[in-house]
Design a protein around this ligand. Structure first.
Ligand SMILES: [Zn+2]
Length: 360
């Protein structure tokens, strides 16, 4: 709640602002704009460039040190490295005070990391967790996960940054982790609402999205080997660029877990299709087409085309479309002879009616 000032009076060299508070606790934040632009400097070390107001140069050094501490671990987990990392420090407005950092995404590319200077006075580790969270987005993207699969991006960024910062003894990250875990508990394992979360869409309850995404990533890690599970996953998808759908993701996670995770995701209220079921439907459809007599036209051809479109949809990662086309294609293939007889019958009937009409 932001009470309006009850009065502003000009004093020599100062302004006196009066507020009437409704209780005994308050935090005062003042948003202001300076006349002169800040003295921005750039510091570069290795792959890192940090753009900062000059007075925060030490902080830029602290950031690069933190990034260097975790970098090798991250390249090991994600089976990839980064060629350059660009970071900008910014002063927040009151409206975006609580956003620790962000990375603009233009639909295809992630750009520079922006870090909110407001959080630098938190306990050691809190700010590092935010900074490493943002760095992890770049690794996840470089490893082939589309930022449109935002729940997985955020879940990994939270989970892995907690593991690395707390593992390095930067205990300040514990506050955020505890907060997410408390919020997640109230969700009672119903995490599926995060499936359609996309970049740029913010809501008042955004912390619930982070909590749910973190919980899914954490619970999978707890069941299948911690960070090593994700190291295996990223080594497996190496070279397979741009995973965009939860269906495809669950398929590759299942391969790493050596167990079909579809039921688990359905139990978490995700809307996912089992890729094995789609392949089965396609095979059944192909078998049904192969069994048809050459005279069962044009329906056998229609069925074959649908099965081909289903295979194409799998390649695009659209499992729902693939399943629908495979089922319809298979069904048409099975009854294509009957459909052909009905079609021929209808055509013969039409011709006969026309002849009879012409005779009359
Ligand atoms: Zn994030």
């Amino acid at each position: 709640m932001y009470p309006q000032p009850a009065g502003i009076e000009e004093q020599p060299n100062a302004y006196e602002v009066t507020f009437y508070l409704q209780d005994n606790m308050a935090r005062i934040a003042i948003e202001y704009t300076t006349i002169n632009p800040p003295d921005i400097v750039k510091i570069k070390r290795g792959i890192y460039t940090v753009e900062t107001p000059k007075r925060y140069l030490n902080l830029a050094e602290r950031l690069i040190n933190a990034y260097e501490t975790v970098y090798n671990n991250l390249t090991r987990i994600f089976s990839t490295n980064l060629t350059s990392v660009y970071v900008k420090f910014y002063a927040p407005s009151l409206e975006d005070l609580w956003i620790g950092g962000f990375i603009p995404f233009n639909g295809t590319h992630l750009s520079e990391i922006n870090l909110n200077l407001f959080f630098i006075r938190t306990s050691p580790g809190y700010w590092e967790q935010i900074a490493i969270h943002e760095l992890i987005h770049h690794f996840v993207w470089a490893a082939g996960i589309s930022p449109n699969l935002l729940w997985f991006h955020e879940g990994l960024a939270e989970y892995i940054s907690f593991e690395l910062t707390l593992g390095a003894g930067w205990t300040g990250a514990e506050d955020r982790r505890e907060r997410l875990e408390i919020i997640a508990e109230a969700l009672k394992q119903e995490y599926g609402f995060i499936q359609d979360w996309r970049p740029g869409k913010l809501s008042g309850n955004i912390i619930m999205y982070y909590a749910a995404a973190y919980s899914v990533v954490k619970e999978l890690a707890q069941s299948y080997g911690g960070l090593e599970f994700y190291r295996k996953f990223f080594s497996q998808i190496k070279g397979f660029k741009n995973i965009t759908s939860t269906d495809t993701l669950v398929y590759y996670l299942s391969k790493c877990a050596e167990e079909d995770l579809t039921p688990k995701f359905i139990q978490w209220r995700f809307n996912v299709v089992n890729i094995y079921a789609v392949h089965e439907a396609i095979q059944e459809g192909k078998d049904a087409v192969a069994r048809q007599l050459p005279i069962a036209q044009p329906w056998a051809t229609v069925a074959r085309k649908l099965i081909e479109q289903a295979e194409d949809a799998i390649r695009r990662g659209d499992l729902k479309e693939a399943l629908m086309k495979a089922i319809i294609g298979g069904f048409i293939a099975k009854i294509s002879l009957t459909l052909t007889i009905l079609t021929v019958g209808a055509v013969v009937l039409l011709i006969m009616r026309r002849l009879i009409c012409e005779e009359i």
